[in-house]
Each structure stands twice: as C-alpha cells, then as structure tokens.
Design a protein around this ligand. Structure first.
Ligand code: SF4
Length: 670
C-alpha cells in the first residue's frame, strides 16, 4: 500500500468540486464523426475515463465556429445542431461518477483552406511553419468582436449541454496565444502592440464567457508558460497574462508550454547545429516535442512553469507534462500546483486513478510515452494505444472482455508482449492458461527494447506485465521449448503461438556471419563492440543501438537505404530521437544501399550519385530487420490436430501495438 494523500483529496475550481486532484487534459482522438458530430465511440471513450476515477475529464478541442477547426471531424459547437450530440458526453461522464469540462479551441493559423473552405484568419495574417502552403489573412476588428461573442455563445451552449466547466485553450499556438505572442501578432490596433493589447483578445474572451455562461460557471484558462521560440513571449510575460486572466474571471490556470512553430523551429535549429541542449534542452522535451514528450525526454519538463505561475495567482494551477503520480504528489505537497493533469497515462490505463486511491501504484499499466496514439490520430485514424487494447474501441462490442461460459485449456507459446497479453486476457475470461517461454525469462523483444537508458517506461511496462502474469492464475513454464508433442500431450483445447521474430541475417554478409554483431546481444551487453561501430539499418532497432552506443562514447556511423530514419516512428518522437542522435555525434548515411558487410567493412551505394562508398569500423552490427520465427506455427499447422492462432511478430515483425491488439483479440475469441 502506498498513499497519495494530496492527489486523492478533493479540490475546487471555482464553484466546481472535484473528488480528487487528478485531471485528464484534452487530447485529440479522431473518434468523432467526420462532420464534427459526436459518435458512440467518443462518448464511451470519455465515459470509460470517468469510470476509472479521474477527478475531471477535459474534452479534446471543440471549435466555437467552423472556421476554427484544424482537424477533419473536429468537434464543433458553433451551431445548435451540434448540441444534442455534445450533451451525450456529460451525460455519460456523470453516469460514471465523473465531471467534464468542454475545451473551446480556435485554431487560427492552423486551419487550412481545404478544411474550412476559406482562407484561415490569424491576428496579422502570419501563418504557421507547419503549413507553408497556406495563405491566411488578418482578422478585421469586426471579426474579432464577432468571434469573442461566439466564444461566449459556445460556453453558454456547453453549460446547457451539461458540461461542468469550460477550458479555454490559449496554449500551443491556439488563437488566444497567437494574439498574445509578439511572434505572431504584429497588429497596431487595440489587439496588438503592447503586452496589454496583445493580452486583450484572451481576456475579452474570458469576460465574454463569464458574461454569457454565468459568473458561477467555472472557467479554466489553458496557456503556455513560455513560447520557446525566438521573438515569442517569455515566462515573465506569461505570469502577467495569468494575473490578468484571474482578474478577468478565470477560475484556474492550466500551464503547458510552447507552440507548434516552436518545436518545428527548434528542431531545425538543432539539426543545423544552431541550438544545443545547453540552450533549449532537447531531452527536457522543450525543444522538439513540447507537450507530447516522448520517452527520449525527461519527465516533468514544464513543472517549473506551473510553479512559477502559481507564485503569481491565487486561483488553482494545473500542472502537466509526463508527471508521474509520485512527482505529482510531491508537487502538490510542495504547494507548486493544485491539480495534476495526466494525459497519455489516462489512455494507457483508464483505471489508474482508482489504483492510486487504492494505494496500489504497482498495478498501473505504465504509458510508454511512445506517441503511437498520436501517430494514429495524425494518420487520420482513430486513437489506439500500444499497451491498452481497449483504448479508442471502448464502444465496440467485439472489444468486450466477457467471462467465458465454456472454460478451455489454453496453451500460449512465447512469453513476449503478445503472448503475455493473450495469457492475461484468456485468464481474465476464466480459461485455464499455460504460458511457455523457451528462455529463462519473460519479455521477448520487449526485454531488449527496454534495455537502453532512454527506455525506462518500457522497463516499467515489462515489469508490470510480468507482475500481472505472476499474480494471475497462469501457469508459467520458463526454459521449456514447447513443440508439437508437448502441446498435443498437454491436453490443450487451443494454442496461441506468439513465438515472435529473430534478427535477419542477409545474404550480403561475406566471410564468417558470426563476425557481424547481433543488435540484441549488443543491447543486452553480451557483446561489447569496438570503439568505431558501423550500424547497418536505420529502423528503430538500428537507431536505438546507435544512440545507446553514441551516448556511451562510441564513434557510430549508421547506414540506411531510406531518406530518413525510423520511418514508422511517430513524428514528435522521431524529432527528439534525431536530435539526440545528432547530439551524440552519430553520422548517418541515408539513401545508401548496403551491398556488402564484412567483419570490419561495409560497402554501400549512394542512391543519388550511384557512387560506391567503403566504410570501415572496429565492429559491424546488422539491424536490417527481423523475420518471423514460424517453425512451431508451421509444424502445428502441418500436424493439424490442434486449433492454432498466431499473434504478434510471428505473423510479421511489427510494433508493440499490433502485439498487444492481436494477443488480446485471440484470447477474446476463445
Ligand atoms: S500509445 Fe504509447 S504514448 Fe500513447 S497512451 Fe499508449 S503507451 Fe502511452
């Protein structure tokens, strides 16, 4: 038992009492309908978070007018036709014991003409670095006044729909920030120029919301505590804005950091060698990832901004940014914040607040900070999670993990993430489960993936899986290689094969294949490469081996066929990985086809110039991919006497998300 007395005690934002100090911040899901209306899926997604015990759910962005959307299918409230659907979310959240705030967000320069059917409006016609092809125009004064009024109408509608509060999004480059920032606001009228004039838009919106929705209707103002871009606003200016926001009627300040442009600009500056970790610290997540810091970054890199703003206001302050429950508890105890927002952790384990309330943090399924959820959304798909097979599919009947009426004897072969997930789901449903793992430990590829120093969350997730398997009524047989006879002799009704994948050994190796190093053995410390290392392959394994060795002082060169590295990785994670590789001095030969690998040499062809390039090193590591280990699967299929389901990398080598989803699905179908 571990107590979290500060996180678990009730708190108040304006007139709204919350049962604890844990908040789910707004995160995009793409779970709504394409026309901006509410789907069953999104209602159930939020209801599930409320059922998990979070004190307050804050919805994803909802625009007060159609011209303010920046994502296809984004929630809108600029027309009363959206209200019946929008009211379903508070109904569902309240039915599950929670409270919910509607986040009002206008994208300004992040809207596109293709999406909204007209040129986007921004304070001064300045666009975003992320949309170089767009041609936004400045707001007229009349349009500004009209939009402020629309924010008020939207908040009033939100209250009528049943929301407990409004969060006004003024962080990350959304419109109130675009007005506040000297980087994007060059106006010389009442809404531009001095600090006071640049703050006027945000403050007038706050006043209008209070005027239309009621002074007693709670309003959280979300803001960036610093802009982190040259020519942008500072923390000192942000503190002044927070003071004014309080005076204008805000009931709480939610402190994030940065803007979309900041992370793009900082990334390019680092890659060009103009910026280093001595300045905007990349591994702090400030430079390139900002509000979705990946596992390559330090946790809690914005906590100091919340603490600074807290010193300037008397209303509650919400802190956010990869804060663990322990860090959050400490921050509340120190008086540096009043509430803690847990973002991706609420996706990875909706029940984590209940687990903290029960004093059982060890049962929390850790978020990996892998950003695969975000990658799904950015690929215009609905949110999914690498470790939580239910996330984003709460509504789907097929996802429901119901107790079985006909318990079976199930063998699962392979103790990696797919096998362990299958074992947990099958056991939870009431089947009798035996899990075979041929080596002496559970983990599979996840064991190796969790070794680098920058993969702490993966180690925590692996430990969670192992602990949960050990606590379940699952018979684990380590060090036993199950074959067809073992499985036939065991009297099993069903077999799930999760034997995973092994590194490929390509034909281009010349000489003794054993001279080419196995990346998994290098990661595991079984082999120590020489000082200069040639890493063949710039996929995820290659990049992480290169980074691990580069940061340990090796002279690393990585070669890959493609233009860029880690093509499957979520972009905001990849930016930080690229920046860290650059800072570790890893040289990258992109767009080079490897034609020969030997003990100390790699020959490759530059695909642009067709020139042959010879590289020499003390060691060569082959990271050219994995191949499914299908020997047992094929033998079982050949034998034909047992029902067999393959899951995870044995189907084809992919990511953790597929392993989790397939392991869960196979066990659910038994
Ligand atoms: S996909 Fe990754 S980052 Fe997103 S919630 Fe799941 S574990 Fe966390």
């Amino acid at each position: 038992m571990k107590a979290y007395p500060h996180l678990t005690r009730p708190g108040r934002i304006g007139t709204m009492w919350l049962k604890n100090r844990m908040i789910m911040p707004a995160m995009g899901t793409n779970l709504g309908n394409a026309d901006g209306t509410i789907s069953d899926n999104i209602v159930n997604y939020y209801a599930r978070r409320a059922a998990g015990g979070i004190g307050l759910v804050i919805t994803e962005v909802c625009s007060p007018e159609h011209e303010g959307i920046c994502i296809p299918g984004e929630m809108e409230i600029g027309d009363i036709k959206f209200m019946p659907g929008l009211s379903r979310i508070p109904h569902a959240v309240h039915a599950n014991g929670g409270k919910v705030a509607l986040q009002l967000a206008h994208a300004g320069c992040f809207s596109t003409e293709a999406l909204i059917g007209t040129r986007a409006k921004t304070p001064s016609g300045i666009g975003s670095l992320q949309l170089p092809g767009e041609n936004p125009r400045p707001f007229t004064l009349e349009e500004i006044r009209d939009l402020i009024q629309k924010y008020g109408v939207a908040a009033k509608r939100g209250r009528i729909c049943g929301y407990d509060a409004i969060e006004l999004h003024g962080a990350h480059g959304y419109l109130p920030l675009q007005f506040f920032s000297p980087y994007t606001n060059k106006r010389d009228d009442e809404y531009g120029g001095s600090l006071e004039k640049r703050a006027r838009f945000a403050l007038n919106v706050i006043r209008e919301i209070k005027a239309q929705a009621g002074a007693d209707f709670p309003l959280i103002y979300r803001m960036s505590g610093a802009e982190y871009v040259e020519g942008g606003f500072t923390t000192e200016m942000a503190c002044q804005l927070a003071i004014w926001a309080q005076e204008a009627g805000a009931d709480a300040i939610h402190v994030s950091a940065g803007t979309w442009d900041a992370r793009i600009q900082n990334f390019f500056d680092v890659m060009a060698g103009k910026l280093s970790s001595e300045g905007l610290n990349l591994t702090d997540g400030i430079g390139t990832s900002v509000w979705v810091p990946p596992h390559y970054t330090r946790r809690g890199s914005m906590m100091h901004l919340a603490a600074e703003i807290k010193r300037h206001v008397t209303i509650p302050v919400v802190a956010v940014c990869s804060i663990t429950p322990d860090m959050g508890e400490e921050m509340l105890a120190a008086g540096d914040a009043d509430f803690i927002a847990f973002g991706r952790q609420t996706i990875a384990d909706a029940d984590f607040p209940k687990k903290l309330l029960a004093g059982r943090p060890e049962t929390i399924r850790t978020c990996l900070r892998c950003n695969e959820c975000l990658a799904e959304v950015m690929n215009n798909c609905g949110l999914l999670c690498a470790v939580n097979p239910e996330a984003g599919q709460e509504y789907e009947v097929y996802q429901q993990c119901l107790p079985t009426r006909a318990p079976k004897k199930v063998a699962i072969v392979g103790g990696g993430p797919a096998g362990m997930q299958a074992a947990l789901t099958a056991s939870e449903r009431g089947h009798s489960v035996t899990l075979y793992e041929k080596c002496g430990r559970l983990g599979g590829q996840l064991y190796y993936a969790s070794i680098p120093d920058f993969k702490l969350e993966f180690r925590e997730y692996l430990d969670y899986l192992i602990r949960t398997v050990e606590a379940a009524p699952i018979e684990v047989k380590l060090g036993i290689e199950a074959d067809v006879d073992t499985l036939k002799g065991g009297g099993y009704d069903e077999v799930i094969v999760a034997t995973g994948a092994v590194p490929m050994t390509p034909d281009i190796i010349e000489g003794d294949k054993a001279d080419i190093l196995d990346p998994l053995a290098v990661l595991d410390g079984q082999i120590t490469p020489g000082q200069s290392v040639l890493v063949c392959g710039g996929g995820l394994v290659g990049c992480e081996v290169a980074l691990q060795l580069g940061e340990k002082g090796h002279d690393v060169t990585m070669i890959d066929l493609l233009d860029g590295i880690a093509p499957d990785m979520a972009i905001y994670s990849k930016w930080v990985l690229q920046a860290r590789l650059a800072e570790a001095g890893v040289k990258i030969y992109a767009h080079h086809a490897i034609t020969k690998m030997e003990k100390n040499d790699v020959t490759c062809r530059n695909l642009e110039t067709e020139e042959s390039v010879e590289l020499t090193g003390d060691s060569v590591i082959c990271c050219l991919g994995m191949r499914p280990d299908r020997a047992l699967l094929e033998a079982l299929i050949e034998d034909g006497s047992l029902p067999v389901t393959p899951v995870g990398d044995v189907n084809s080598a992919r990511k953790l998300m597929q392993a989790t989803q397939e392991g869960h699905a196979a066990a659910r179908l038994i």
